[in-house]
Design a protein around this ligand. Sequence first.
Ligand code: SAH
Ligand code: SF4
Ligand code: F3S
Length: 479
Amino acid sequence: MNSLYEKYFNKPSIRDARKRRSSDTPRFSYQPQSHLGALGAGKTYMIKTYGCQGNEADTETMQGILQELAFSPTEDEQSADLIVLNTCAIRENAENRVFGEIGRLKQFKRHNPDLLLAVAGCMPQEESVVDKLLKRYPYVDLIFGTHNIHKLPYYLESAILAKERVIEVFSEEGAIVENLPKVRDHAYKAWVNIMYGCDEFCTYCIVPYTRGKERSRQPGDVLEEVQSLASQGYREVTLLGQNVNAYGRDFTKQDYTFAHLLEDLRRVPIDRIRFTTSHPKDLDAQTIAVLAKGGNLMPHIHLPVQSGSDAVLKKMNRHYTRETYLNCVDALRKHIPGVSLTTDLIVGFPTETDDDFMATLDLVKTIGFEGAFTFVFSAREGTPAASYPDDVLAVVKKERLKTLNEIVNAGYLAGNKRFEGQTVKVLVEGQSKSDPAILAGYTPHNKLVNFSGPADLKGQIVDVTITEAKTWFLKGRAV
Ligand code: SAH
Ligand code: SF4
Ligand code: F3S
């Protein structure tokens, strides 16, 4: 490879990504690149998003930047001038899907030699992925990571005007960039990042390496964004962070926590506030007390437990036990009656025994989660758990996942059943995917409801009486 043709060439390092500095995070405001404003004129783009809500929010930023540069969106990959894969590194199968997709997209470059192919998001934050891309997928034109989305205009300038290939990934986070343009995917609900990064270092997880140090946005910036969304007609916001309960922990000049933020957001005239993800070890009494006031704070908490075995939780570096988790659930149920609880679970963590797994099953039954994302452990290069002796057979892992899912699905159904005959408030988002005559929306407890009604109810919060509970949704009748 000839570096003369690469103005930007910066590879990541997992070792550098592990470093944490305790300095205050610098902040700056994004400036539109007016001299590049016509760069995308007459060109179309398409972004494929993988992974979590954090990535969905980043995609909305990329859309904002691209449309500011006059690119227009297309659904047609045959004719797109720019295809961006916004990738996720959380498990090996997620990565394999992306590599498969990059391979498939090669044919479009043959039809359209000017097609720009970009790989962004969490995968490029791994040095092994960048090495593989350079070696096996040399036709990828742009590679950038999670810390430098705001530089996309410059990368496109290099790629389009100078025909240079761009590989730029930073291992360490930079500043928090405010005022990034966004083109949002939903009309009534919006993602709002309240913080970036993660400092937890759960031993199985790649996120602290791909997203950098935990750093919180200023309360004023968050409040202003939610305020502005409310005045644009948005009805719901979901506050995003890998551990929202650690919000503000990095502030050195003020004592302002997640509980304070929720208290201030309660007063903003937006109908619904949700948040994800909570970490059980940091969900404190102050936060529960604010949530108990209800109002626009929705009674649904996603509280990943990962395992019901203390031995496994310890090896995962989760910093709570089965007992303290149960205490947390008791406190939530006591102060927020009827709260809906969902979780994440990993089976087949290295050395997980049958007894450990039974402890997980038992915990899931005891708590009665109303939903869960379940995963088989996947070793991520550079994380501590990748070097733990993995003695659980693949067939056993598969079997455990199946057994767990049966119980989880029973929990989904029971969680829906409790609303049969009740009248609930549904934020109508649109038509059902399978039948356009049916409207679809979510309740405060985050249950999907289908009911028939006129399309102009979209964006409204309407009363619906639940007539039947299925495992994955509720059927209802508008009141
Ligand atoms: N920050 C959130 C979730 C991040 S990733 C939290 O702490 O809860 C979402 C979920 O993916 C995790 O909760 C975990 O259940 C799962 N996960 C993360 N790394 C994994 C790995 N290496 N193998 C399998 N599942 C994993
Ligand atoms: Fe990963 Fe743990 Fe951070 Fe969640 S809290 S992102 S599981 S390291
Ligand atoms: Fe995946 Fe990155 Fe999110 S690894 S889960 S897209 S933070």
